[in-house]
Design a protein around this ligand. Structure first.
Ligand code: 0O2
Length: 277
């Protein structure tokens, strides 16, 4: 991937235009895309009259390098998930409220990585992609309340091996379309047998209401290829305001319950009912 005799393995001009669906099965999509990229590269080398033995060697090298590239991000996700799991378990044992409802993760597909590299106008060699595309590994944490989202962000930020590279607070300052979420780009070390890799992981933290809205908006945006018709965009913005109001009301109700000291009383939702991280 760093550049073979016949050029970089990741060549955005040699792949089909269609990108993988953004919310698809990330790991399956990525291996599929990696396989496609390697097969296309092999076909190019054959067409360039390279002898079959050299082509096989190049393909093996490329496959190995692709696997190494993905591995760092997979382990980065695992490390962050472990941190989140520990926070969640500790909180569950010491408090009667669980700030984390559920957690999902995904590895960006090779097609999406290349789309973004093209959009950023950056080179497609591995070091450049590693540096410029910072959401190859992604984690989404869904909380019940806005204050929980900030709490989770603070807890992760305080960990000594988590470097906060960027923090975007779309809760305090929503996007023009109404999108709200707290985004962190973190950089964490991944300790391998022969080296330490530092990988970027994007962590999106949001409430259930924000997540519901973003999921509907994403589907509409995908359906209309990013150009949602005016009346639907207005409807979405209105729904975002409603979701924000719901978050605010639920926060006030939670404060009320907390003041009364009745959390954990009969009838209150039990932690065991939530999805484990
Ligand atoms: P996917 O498939 O979810 O990963 P850029 O990443 O360059 O597009 P920027 O400013 O670096 O833009 O990133 P930003 O604003 O932090 O947003 C990155 C991610 O947040 C997106 O990733 C989405 O997951 C989510 N997001 C941001 N804005 C919206 C929005 O308006 N609606 C919805 N539903 N999600 C949003 P990707 O790469 O677009 O997609």
């Amino acid at each position: 991937m760093h550049g073979t005799a016949a050029g970089p393995l990741i060549d955005p001009t040699s792949r089909p235009a269609a990108a993988a669906p953004p919310d698809g099965d990330a790991s399956a999509g990525t291996s599929q895309a990696v396989g496609d990229v390697v097969r296309r590269r092999a076909a190019e080398l054959v067409a360039a009259d390279m002898d079959p033995g050299s082509v096989a060697g190049h393909v093996r090298d490329a496959q190995r390098e692709m696997a190494r590239f993905r591995m760092g991000y997979e382990f980065g996700i695992e490390e962050m998930l472990t941190k989140i799991r520990i926070l969640r378990s500790e909180f569950r044992q010491t408090h009667d409220h669980n700030p984390i409802e559920h957690v999902t993760s995904r590895l960006k597909s090779m097609d999406s990585i290349l789309d973004k590299a093209v959009r950023y106008g950056c080179a497609t060699d591995v070091p450049t992609i590693r540096e410029r595309i910072r959401d190859i590994a992604g984690i989404r944490i869904t909380c019940s309340f806005e204050s929980d989202a900030y709490w989770v962000a603070d807890m992760l930020s305080q960990q000594p091996d988590v470097e906060i590279v960027q923090r975007k607070d779309y809760i305090a300052a929503p996007k023009a379309n109404g999108y709200r979420s707290l985004h962190l780009i973190v950089r964490i070390p991944v300790f391998l047998s022969d080296r330490t890799e530092h990988v970027f992981v994007e962590v999106q933290i949001r409430t259930i209401a924000m997540d519901f809205w973003a999921s509907v908006e994403h589907k509409l945006s995908y359906k209309y290829r990013g150009d949602v018709p005016g009346h639907l965009a207005t409807e979405l913005l209105d729904a975002a305001h409603t979701a924000a109001e719901l978050d605010a009301r639920m926060g006030r109700l939670r404060d009320e319950v907390r003041d009364l000291g009745t959390e954990g009383a009969p009838g209150a939702p039990r932690d065991a009912e939530t999805t484990p991280a």
